[in-house]
Write a protein that binds this ligand. Structure first.
Ligand SMILES: [Zn+2]
Length: 349
């Protein structure tokens, strides 16, 4: 199995975040990707590949022009205005009607316009890391187009909270949507003239950004299993009432165990099969683990292999696995390896 990685992620290393009413060290740390890569280096069936570079035009197919320009210039503009050089964190957030018009010219106004929370920070190297995280996703997709049955992209920063024109939840560019659109644009066209792509998001948190983006695309179905927003970040999205022809939400209450989760997972896979996806992009978060500090499920490490085995058996299409969340660094790499093991053992992978 191909495992795509990039050393550039290390350039995004914010010092802190404001979460749950206090300041703490940034939870989405460079250590996360390093530990996953290290664990996979020891596995002979994991074939490591560096991310290649792509035309940024692919990014503009899923994100707004002014938003991407903001990401590329925000830090320099912020520092030039004499603001806090450690990084950008908004102090005022745009709500409701404030987003119906462009942001003001102030760096503070733009930050509040393009960022949705206080646990996401833009630092000096953020854009370069974000760009290569996107390239890591696109490189994985390229391997599928070249005939691999599966690939794993160690994307960092993650992406599923990044919407059409906003950052949040540690995310800036939506890697899963980027790869899905790329597979659709470059993939083999079926007899009906379509290339259907499914996105299955199993991160603990609702992928509000992916949901936002897929509403603007055709023939891409997002299916998401996540913590009920009545109890969990992002609190305002992820309800069943938001389901459209383009996304299906499976919000689950706190305390879900392996068996309960597996039943819902089967339903989620069935809906993707019914949709007739030609490719699958899987947003993998292991913050569903019982000891993850940002989740409230009770999944054990063993469930991840079981989910992957079921997915391989029931959905016989090329699969790209994109790294999203997972924050207990003592268990992160082990849980990722648990999920990948059936793919690594798969002859076709
Ligand atoms: Zn998450």
């Amino acid at each position: 199995m191909i495992v795509v990685h990039s050393p550039h992620h290390i350039l995004h290393n914010p010092p802190k975040e404001f979460i749950s009413n206090h300041v703490e060290a940034y939870g989405e740390s460079p250590e996360r990707a390093e530990l996953i890569l290290e664990a996979l280096m020891d596995i002979p069936d994991a074939e490591l590949a560096r991310a290649e570079q792509f035309d940024l035009g692919h990014f503009y197919k899923i994100h707004g022009v002014s938003y991407l320009e903001y990401l590329q210039t925000a830090y320099e503009e912020w520092v030039a205005a004499g603001l806090w050089p450690e990084g950008i964190m908004p102090e005022f957030f745009a709500i409701g009607r404030m987003r119906d018009r462009p942001p003001s010219r102030s760096p503070e106004g733009k930050a509040g316009y393009y960022m949705t929370d206080s646990c996401t920070m833009i630092v000096k190297g953020t854009w370069e890391a974000v760009m290569f995280s996107g390239f890591t996703a696109l490189t994985g997709a390229m391997y599928l187009l070249n005939g691999q049955s599966s690939a794993f992209s160690i994307c960092r920063p993650p992406g599923h909270h990044a919407g059409f024109d906003y950052a949040g939840g540690y995310c800036f560019v939506n890697n899963s949507a980027l790869a899905a659109k790329f597979l659709q644009d470059q993939g083999r066209i079926e007899a009906d003239g379509k290339v259907k792509v499914g996105i299955l998001d199993i991160d603990f948190h609702h992928g509000n950004g992916t949901q936002d983006i897929v509403q603007r695309l055709d023939n891409i179905l997002l299916v998401s299993i996540h913590g009920d927003p009545d109890f969990s970040y992002p609190y305002l999205t992820g309800f069943e009432s938001e389901n459209t022809m383009k996304n299906i939400n499976f919000p689950l209450p706190p305390g879900i165990n392996d068996e309960e989760y597996f039943i819902v997972f089967r339903d989620a896979v069935a809906s993707l099969r019914k949709f007739g996806a030609r490719y699958l992009v899987l947003s993998l978060g292991v913050d569903t683990f019982e000891h993850d500090q940002l989740g409230n499920f009770r999944l054990t490490s063993a469930i991840y292999s079981r989910l992957a085995k079921y997915l391989i058996r029931e959905l016989d299409i090329p699969k790209l696995i994109i790294m999203e969340g997972g924050y207990n660094i003592d268990f992160l790499a082990g849980n990722v390896v648990s999920f990948l093991t059936p793919f690594l053992n798969c002859k076709k992978g």
